[in-house]
Design a binder for this molecule. Structure first.
Ligand code: SF4
Ligand code: SF4
Length: 347
């Protein structure tokens, strides 16, 4: 069934190349083998027996799985499904990616230990809506206003790190458990664009269930004011659009930021450019990752922004990394934390 779905998507590609110019890896390497079209052609070659796994797996591994090609594809080819599963199939992990994830999150757990005692201010819980708290927010011991507003449930990791690392066993375990929980609620609220995108990509969720997945900014549709004592009052604020944030969610976030009195929201040039981090991507492909991150840092520098917001903790790290390399560092925060700490809001 899954294989059929993948084949169907490979065959849907019309080779139009509209995805090529949006691919962050192609922008650096200028090699068609690393674009969605190139990868799909090679996978079609594998299906008809003219290419081997070895001839494709190197190119598949360098794909960021950023979904930019999926978002720009007129034929609606589900490239995340194809590249995610084929990469895991061609380069299966020899060790449990779950153990690796726990190890990667350990320094964050220690660094943010004091957050465990932090208080938060809203208390309006609804039991029909559940909050999907990502692994990084959990490791940071963050009790955010979303914990207070919405139900907590035992969601597992969205699965993206497992799929990217070739660990289909843990990916399928996360997917199964999370789908069971999603079925119980009216809506599921996310604060991380990558988690939301990973869950939206689950085969096993029908359209109605996918429509339950929403971004927290959907609930913030009024005019707001920056706090009087905020150090960002009167400052220029930009937003980095994570590759996994779809245009509809981005448009709503932009409306929210424009509706905050007391800040000067400015759209960043080349808004769709990637931060280059991609989870563990920067460990396995440091050169490509660093070039992408530096380009992003240059755009940030040109914007003269005082504060950079985004909605994915991996992007926060990627943006900080790029700016440190470019010797131009501006405060970079998650949108959720900015809303909670700097905005006059009562929900
Ligand atoms: S935009 Fe879609 S249909 Fe066109 S080449 Fe890329 S993946 Fe294929
Ligand atoms: S997922 Fe991203 S990096 Fe991979 S081919 Fe598509 S646009 Fe390029």
């Amino acid at each position: 069934m899954l294989e059929e779905e993948i084949k169907k998507n490979i065959n849907k590609c019309s080779r139009c190349a509209l995805c090529v110019q949006n691919c962050p890896v192609y922008k650096i390497k200028k090699d068609e083998n690393n674009t969605s079209r190139g990868l799909i052609c090679k996978l079609a070659g594998y299906e008809n027996g003219s290419l081997t796994k070895k001839e494709i797996s190197k190119d598949l591994k360098i794909c960021l799985n950023c979904s930019k090609c999926k978002h720009s594809c007129p034929s609606k080819v589900d490239t995340s499904l194809i590249f995610g599963y084929k990469n895991a199939e061609f380069s299966p992990s020899r060790i449990s990616q779950r153990i690796l994830l726990v190890l990667k999150l350990l320094p964050i757990k220690i660094l943010y230990f004091l957050n465990f005692f932090k208080k938060h201010s809203f208390n309006n819980k609804t039991s029909e809506i559940a909050y999907f708290k990502g692994c990084v927010a959990k490791a940071q011991h963050k009790k955010t206003f979303l914990d207070n507003l919405f139900s907590k449930d035992e969601f597992l990791c969205c699965g993206m790190p497992y799929l990217a690392g070739g660990d289909l066993k843990n990916y399928n375990k996360s997917k199964k458990k999370n789908i069971e929980i999603i079925k119980k609620y009216k809506q599921i609220v996310f604060d991380c664009a990558s988690c939301k995108s990973a869950v939206e990509d689950y085969n096993g969720l029908n359209e109605e269930e996918k429509n339950k997945l929403v971004f927290f900014s959907d609930f913030l549709d009024k005019k707001y004011k920056i706090k009087n004592n905020s150090k960002y009052k009167g400052k220029t604020v930009i937003f980095h659009k994570p590759c996994h944030l779809n245009n509809a969610d981005f448009n709503k976030i932009e409306v929210l930021l424009k509706n905050i009195e007391g800040i000067n929201y400015k759209r960043l040039d080349d808004i769709d450019s990637c931060c280059g981090f991609g989870g563990s991507y920067f460990i396995y492909h440091p050169v490509v990752s660093s070039v992408i991150a530096s380009k992003k840092a240059d755009l940030i520098k040109q914007s003269s922004a005082d504060l950079i917001l985004t909605s994915c903790p991996s992007c926060v790290i990627g943006l900080r990394y790029g700016q440190i390399m470019s010797f131009n560092f501006k405060k970079t925060l998650e949108l959720r934390d900015f809303i909670e700490n700097e905005i006059e809001i009562s929900v």
